[in-house]
Write a protein that binds this ligand. Structure first.
Ligand code: ADP
Ligand code: MG
Length: 228
């Protein structure tokens, strides 16, 4: 009986994921389809046509992001672990996210130690989780003047602690208490999967996350990991 119950629960969870994934992907597909039809009609100026193409490209990138969020959720956390350098991983994620930040007039500053900081974990998961925090920080401050994301490190003996700080919209107590719940998102196009995955990945590395936030003033995520 117990086993059947668990299996049903799994099927239900899978259905839920499939339904919300279909919903998330259908919207950008509809948008791109609409723009392709407009472009083919030849009824618009080159400027307008250019704009339709830009929006379509943006929508396709967004779809890719949605799919990668879902994929990282549906895979069990990897058991393939190794010593990896947190700093190199962070630099490469910042490099990937910089065009996104620049596009939204957000500056990213990193205050990294010169030497490597080795931790024990999975490289792909590490990149994914750093990306989730940085992307959220950019999205939180993209509409405020002088938007800034600051990343800094502190060594605490057998642990390393790093901070991702933004001067964005912040969160109230109610929002803070819901952080990390699956599908919890306040964004029009959010999946609410980024932090669920990141919290699980950090926990699996014996790490901890704490959050400090104030509405209108910004947010600091502090992540602590054991050094390898
Ligand atoms: P998504 O980004 O798809 O909405 P996440 O799991 O990454 O999903 O984040 C869940 C929610 O947590 C966001 O929708 C947002 O409300 C809140 N959040 C996360 N990071 C921040 C941040 N740096 N500042 C303000 N709110 C945040
Ligand atoms: Mg996110």
């Amino acid at each position: 009986l117990q086993l059947r119950y668990l299996q049903n629960e799994k099927v239900e969870a899978a259905n839920h994921v499939a339904a919300s994934l279909a919903h998330e992907v259908r919207n950008p597909l509809t948008t791109v389809l609409g723009f392709l039809k407009l472009i083919r009609s030849n009824a618009f100026s080159p400027d307008k046509t250019e704009r339709f193409i830009d929006i379509s490209i943006e929508e396709i990138h967004r779809t890719e992001q949605i799919l990668s969020d879902y994929l990282s959720m549906s895979k069990p956390l990897s058991s393939h672990r190794q010593e990896l350098d947190l700093i190199t991983h962070l630099r490469s994620v910042v490099e990937v996210m910089t065009p996104y930040a620049t596009m939204h007039k957000v500056s990213i500053q990193t205050d990294c130690p010169a030497e490597a900081v080795m931790v024990y974990g999975n490289s792909t998961e590490m990149k994914q989780l750093l990306m989730n925090f940085i992307k959220n920080a950019i999205e939180a401050c993209m509409d405020v003047p002088h938007a800034q994301v600051l990343i800094s490190f502190k060594s605490l003996g057998d642990r390393v602690q790093f901070e991702i700080r933004d001067n964005g919209v912040g969160m109230d107590g109610d929002q803070l208490s819901r952080l990390g719940s699956i599908y919890y998102s306040t964004k029009r196009t959010g999946t609410g999967l980024g932090l669920t995955f990141s919290y699980q990945a950090i926990r699996s590395m014996q790490g901890t996350v704490s959050v400090n936030s104030e509405p209108q003033n910004g947010t600091v995520f502090t992540i602590s990991l054991p050094v390898a």
